[in-house]
Each structure stands twice: as C-alpha cells, then as structure tokens.
Design a protein around this ligand. Structure first.
Ligand code: SF4
Length: 499
C-alpha cells in the first residue's frame, strides 16, 4: 500500500460542536484542565471518538476498583448510554448520577447538588474513594469539581473532567482517572506512612501499565523471576492501597503506551519507564534487556532469563506458524504489540491502525514494524482502517465492530479486536501460540464468506433495505412535486434572510 490516507471527517459524533464546547469550557474557567488534556492526549489526524463515549474508560476504571463509588455528572442520555455499557460489561456496581436541568446548570446549583451527593456517599465504612466524572456539558459549563473537598471523613474525593471534546478515546479516559488516582496516592505517600498492598512481595517489582488479559501478568512474572524481579500491582489498580504498591516499583513497564498522566506520576515518583512488552522472541529479548537494565539487574541474570524463555517462545512460534496477510486496527492501545507477534509468527502485516496517539513508549514497536514494511497509523480513523483494508485486501482483518462489518460485507474474514484478540494472552510462551489457531480458523472461511456475499448480493441496500415490502415501495401520488415545492420555498426563504 502507498500509505495514503483519507482525511477523517470532522465535526461528526455526538459532540459535533466540539469547537463551541471547547470555547464554552474555556470561558467557564476550564482552560487549565483543557490544556492538560490537549497535551496528554494530542489530536490528529483523527480526534473524534468513533466508538463508545470516551468517558466509559474512566467509568470502567472506577467501577472495577474495590470500595470506590463512581458518580457521573452529565446529560441523562449520556449517562444512560454509559451505565448501559458498564452493565453490559458486567460492572455489577451502582453508578451514581447527579441530574441537572438548564436552571440548575446555569445557576450553579448543579455543583451544590454534586457536593451534597459526595457528602452523602462518602461513608468510610463503605468507601475508600468517591470519584466524580464531569461529562461534556458540565465540563463545558465549568462545573468546578476541583473545588470539592479532597477528603471527607477519610474518604478520598477525586473529581475529573472527561469530555469527549478533550479526551479522544475511551482508552485514554482510563488514564485520566488512573493518573488522577496515582497522583493522589503519590502525594499521600510523600506526606507520610501509607497502607501496605494486600499482597506484598519481597522482590523489587515491575509495575505493568495497561488492562491486560489476566494470564499475562502471571506469565510476565515467570519471565522476570530469573532476574529476581516480580510483577507488582498493576495500573489501573483494583484497590486503593495497590496504588502505593504500584508507585513503589523498581521499574515501570508501559505496556499500553498511551497512559501519559499515569506515566507522569511514575516519573515524578522517580521510577524509570520502559516501553513495549515481551512479545515474540525479539520483543521479549529486547524487553528483558531494557527492564533488567532499568532495574540494575546484572547482565548474567538478564541472560539467564533469556536463556530460559527465548528458546521456548521460539519453539512455540515455530509450532504455530501464521501464513496470512493481516491488517490490524483497534482502539485498545495494544495493536502494535499484536502486530509484532503476528509478524514474528510469519504473517504479513502491511497496516497497523491504532486510535491511540503516538507516544515515546510505543517507539520500539513502531520502529520494529516499520523496518519490516508495515504502515503504522496512529489516531487512525475508521475511514483510514477501511481504506487500508480495501487497499491491501488481507486474508484476515482484525478490527473494531464497524470495520469487521465492512470486511464481512466484502467477503473478507474478520475478527473483533476487543472480544477475540484482547481476550487471549499476548506475552511470553503463552502468547506466542495464542493467535495461530484463530487466524487459521478464520482464513479458512474465506471461500464461505465469498459464497455468503454472492448469496446476499443486493439485500439490505437501497429499495431492499428494511422489511415488510414485497414490491418496490411507491411514492404517494404527488409527493415528489410537493417536496420539490417545499425545498424551493425553503431555499428562497433562507436566501432572503438579511436582504
Ligand atoms: S459525554 Fe460527551 S462524548 Fe460522551 S456521550 Fe455525552 S456528549 Fe457524547
């Protein structure tokens, strides 16, 4: 492929008036918050969410944490969608909501209502933390969550702005809350003694940043053992005291490279940060060297770890070769790592699109992929992902729901990145063979997809869309003429404005 891209559409999405919202937020005193977002989550070429509401990322991080209450402040329709999605993903937790109307918003009553809700919720017997999330409208209206008390009866209060016009993806919204929590925990730890994490290991630890498949931290722990290192609590964390353990590491593994605010807190705590992850033979080799070096591990221990695991990974890859051309697209932030693994297994990967931005922590993966001919597109839009797929005609497309739909309509086998790829181990020997079977199963189905496309040819398009019609629907008599006259009258009226 030539790497050319289709310019993404602007102004689309549920917050189509983005510039207006930004202007309003600035006028309402949110400039500092917005400037931080623009710096942490840089835009372009694509910067509009084309998936779920970004705030879902922050909501999910809060809901997955023990003894943490999460309260949303936003329009009812946004809150409906967010709570629906959170329960769809098995939250099993109440989502708090402070409703508003134009009057309570304009008069500043909404802030008072939020404050009251926080006081009512902050019971130390129930919670360690109460998180309040400002969605688009309250952020644009300047609802000042930073004025909430920092602590009530020992319960920490964290207020964050997560508007769709400031945080491009739900992946990055996870970082907004994870970073805010790490900052709070870091300041607590700097001020005096704090609780030990529930499971404290005696070895120096590596903090992995990113939501990983549950087997992966265990596998990474095994890789680190010969270097006398262990995996510490992850970020995003599952319990407040884990944040102290995460901060108290020897080195940070920025496995998901877009956690800019979280990494900033780790750097402020004096921790070295290493990008990429232990994928395949070459990825694991480089990662073990970088982690070992950052943690001051002796060269012989680093070599011992490599000698123990690299031959095993090599053997698994050799036993599970992938012979296919694959495009990789997603919004999880692990797309580059997945592409590396596929390539090491023998796949041709001409295109990798990630909705996440470019950061220095994904440079090792980007450089590795580009050196092998892959086009890496950060902030990839759906249009770019689809164009790449049409261009390279892969045997298999990995991607988001709309991309998979498009692929299937073209007869290209496709797999959902979130449900199928992220639900498998990626690292070490366990990850090395995890993709071969599903790739083989899907690519074998190509001929079947072709038959389905020809079978359904024309169905669901134009006059055949919808159901209940046996014949081509007929326009009501005279309707075309009526609409023509209406259009003309409207055009005339609008051209007369201002004359
Ligand atoms: S909070 Fe903003 S981005 Fe999310 S659904 Fe509402 S308007 Fe859209």
């Amino acid at each position: 492929m030539d790497g050319s891209i289709i310019p993404p559409e602007t102004g689309s999405g549920c917050h189509g008036g983005r510039e207006t919202m930004i202007e309003a937020a600035r006028a309402a005193g949110k400039s500092e918050s917005l400037d931080r977002m623009m710096k942490d989550y840089p835009r372009g070429p694509h910067d509009q969410p084309q998936s779920m509401c970004p705030a879902f990322g922050a909501l999910r991080v809060g809901l997955r944490m023990r003894r943490t209450a999460t309260i949303l402040s936003g329009s009812a329709c946004c809150v409906y969608g967010l709570t629906f999605t959170s329960h769809f993903y098995g939250a099993k937790r109440t989502v708090g909501y402070v409703p508003f109307n134009s009057e309570t918003l304009v008069r500043g009553q909404l802030y008072e209502d939020i404050r009251n809700a926080v006081y009512e919720t902050a019971k130390p017997a129930d919670y360690d933390t109460v998180v309040v999330i400002n969605l688009c409208v309250p952020t644009a209206s300047g609802v000042p969550l930073d004025r909430l008390p920092k602590v009530i009866d020992g319960v920490r209060i964290i207020g964050i702005d997560v508007p769709g016009f400031g945080v491009p993806t739900h992946a990055e919204a996870k970082d907004v809350l994870a970073g805010a929590m790490l900052r709070y925990a870091r300041l607590e730890a700097e001020a005096g003694p704090v609780l030990r994490p529930r499971t404290q290991v005696e070895l120096p630890t590596v903090t992995l940043i990113g939501e990983l498949f549950p087997v992966d931290p265990v596998g990474v722990g095994a890789l680190l053992a010969p270097m006398e290192l262990a995996v510490g609590p992850q970020v995003p964390s599952r319990e407040w005291r884990d944040l102290y353990g995460a901060l108290d590491c020897a080195v940070v593994g920025a496995v998901h490279p877009f956690y800019t605010a979280s990494i900033r807190e780790m750097v402020a705590a004096g921790r070295p940060v290493v990008g990429s992850g232990p994928v395949g033979v070459e990825g694991t080799d480089a990662w073990l060297s970088a982690i070992g070096k950052a943690a001051n591990v002796s060269a012989d221990k680093i070599e011992a770890a490599k000698a123990k695991f690299l031959p095993a990974i090599k053997a698994v890859i050799a036993a599970n070769p992938i012979n296919a051309r694959i495009t990789v697209s997603g919004y999880e932030g692990s797309e580059l790592l997945v592409a590396r693994l596929l390539m090491e297994a023998g796949a041709e990967v001409p295109y990798v699109g990630s909705a996440c931005p470019k950061t220095e922590w994904s440079n090792p993966d980007r450089e590795w992929l580009e050196a092998r001919g892959a086009h890496v597109q950060y902030r990839a839009s759906l249009e770019q992902d689809v164009a790449a797929m049409k261009d390279v005609k892969p045997d298999l497309a990995l991607g988001t729901t709309p991309l998979v739909q498009e692929a299937k309509s073209m007869g290209i086998p496709a797999l959902y990145f979130t449900n199928m790829v992220s639900a498998r181990p990626l690292f070490g020997p366990a990850g090395a063979g995890s993709m071969a079977a599903i790739v083989a199963a899907q690519t074998k189905g190509r001929e079947r997809f072709g038959r389905m496309v020809s079978f359904f040819e024309g169905v669901g398009k134009g006059e055949t869309a919808g159901y209940g019609w046996k014949d081509v629907p007929k326009d009501p008599p005279g309707s075309k003429e009526r609409y023509r006259k209406q259009r003309e009258a409207k055009a005339k009226a609008s051209s007369a404005v201002g004359t």
